[in-house]
Design a protein around this ligand. Structure first.
Ligand SMILES: [Fe+2]
Ligand SMILES: [Fe+2]
Length: 271
C-alpha cells in the first residue's frame, strides 16, 4: 500500500483535476522531510492566472454567466484548500500520536474540500460551464510559505479562511435561495455544515496547543503578517455561527470588537 507521501504528493504535485480529486487508501508511515514547492502543480485549464476576477454583484447573480463566475470563484477556493491541506500533510512533522491525530483531521477536511469542489463543478456543468472557464488565482496559497508550524497553519486555514467561509457560505446560500436557485443554495448549505466542523477542528487543536494563553492571544500571535483577524470575518459577519464552531465566548467577543485599517474587511456585522 502507498504511503501518506504518495497520497499527498499526487494531489499537490499532480497536474490534473483527477490528481486533485485523488482518493486512495494509504498508510501513515514515518514522517519524511518535504520541501514546499513554489506553487502546486497545475496543467492546462487549471493553470494559475494573474488576471484578477471581479466577483459579480449580488443583484446580477440571477444571470447565468454571473452565477457561473461566482461558483467558479468558490471552486477556486476549494481547490486551493485541497492543495494547502495536502501540503500540510507533507511539511509538518508527525512524531507523536497527537501529531498524527491532527493530520488525520486534516485528511478528513481535505476529503470534504474534494467533495465541495466536485459539487461546485457539477453545478457549473449543469449551468453549461466547466472548471477553468474563468481565471484561477493563487491567493490563499501565497500564505503557505509563511506557515512554518502546525499552529500557524491552523490559525490561518481553519480560524481565518475557513472561518470567513462560514459567513460567505451562509450569506450566498440565502442569496441563491431568495433567487429561487435551490440547487446552488443546497451546495452552499453542505459547504457551511462541513466548514463548521473544520473550524471546530482548528479551534480544538489551538486550545490544546495554547498552554496557558488565552485562545484569542494565541490565535493572533500565530497569524503571520500582514494577516489579521479581520480576515476571518466574511460578508455579513455572524458572530453566532463563529461561536458555534469555536466555542469560546471570549474569543468571539474579541473577534467582534476587532477592527483594523484594511478597508476591504470592514463589513457589516449581523445583529
Ligand atoms: Fe470547502
Ligand atoms: Fe474547509
Amino acid at each position: 500500500m502507498n504511503s501518506y507521501t504518495e497520497f499527498a504528493k499526487t494531489i499537490l504535485l499532480g497536474e490534473s483535476l483527477e490528481d486533485k480529486l485523488h482518493d486512495a487508501p494509504f498508510e501513515w508511515r514515518e514522517w519524511q522531510d518535504f520541501k514546499l514547492p513554489k506553487l502546486p502543480a497545475r496543467a492546462g485549464r487549471l493553470g494559475f492566472s494573474d488576471i484578477q476576477m471581479k466577483f459579480p454583484k449580488i443583484n446580477r447573480l440571477n444571470e447565468v454567466d454571473k452565477k457561473a463566475m461566482a461558483l467558479h470563484s468558490f471552486a477556486n477556493h476549494e481547490l486551493l484548500a485541497i492543495e494547502m491541506m495536502a501540503a500540510a500533510l507533507l511539511i509538518y512533522p508527525h512524531e507523536t500520536q497527537d501529531d498524527l491525530r491532527f493530520k488525520k483531521g486534516i485528511l478528513s477536511a481535505l476529503k470534504d474540500e474534494q467533495k465541495h469542489l466536485g459539487l461546485y463543478i457539477n453545478r457549473l456543468n449543469e449551468l453549461g460551464y466547466s472548471f477553468g472557464d474563468f481565471p484561477l488565482n493563487d491567493f490563499f496559497w501565497r500564505q503557505m510559505e509563511k506557515l512554518k508550524t502546525a499552529s500557524q497553519y491552523t490559525a490561518v486555514m481553519a480560524l481565518t479562511f475557513e472561518a470567513a467561509n462560514l459567513d460567505f457560505a451562509q450569506y450566498y446560500a440565502n442569496i441563491f435561495r431568495n433567487l429561487g436557485d435551490n440547487e446552488t443554495a443546497k451546495v452552499l448549505d453542505i459547504v457551511l455544515e462541513d466548514e463548521l466542523s473544520h473550524v471546530a477542528f482548528g479551534a480544538f487543536w489551538m486550545k490544546r496547543w495554547r498552554n496557558d494563553e488565552k485562545l484569542w492571544d494565541y490565535y493572533v500571535s500565530s497569524l503571520p503578517w500582514p494577516l489579521t483577524p479581520a480576515r476571518s470575518k466574511g460578508i455579513s459577519f455572524d458572530p453566532k455561527i463563529h461561536g458555534k464552531a469555536v466555542n469560546d465566548e471570549e474569543f468571539i467577543s474579541s473577534l467582534v470588537q476587532f477592527e483594523d485599517h484594511f478597508e476591504i474587511t470592514k463589513r457589516p456585522t449581523l445583529k
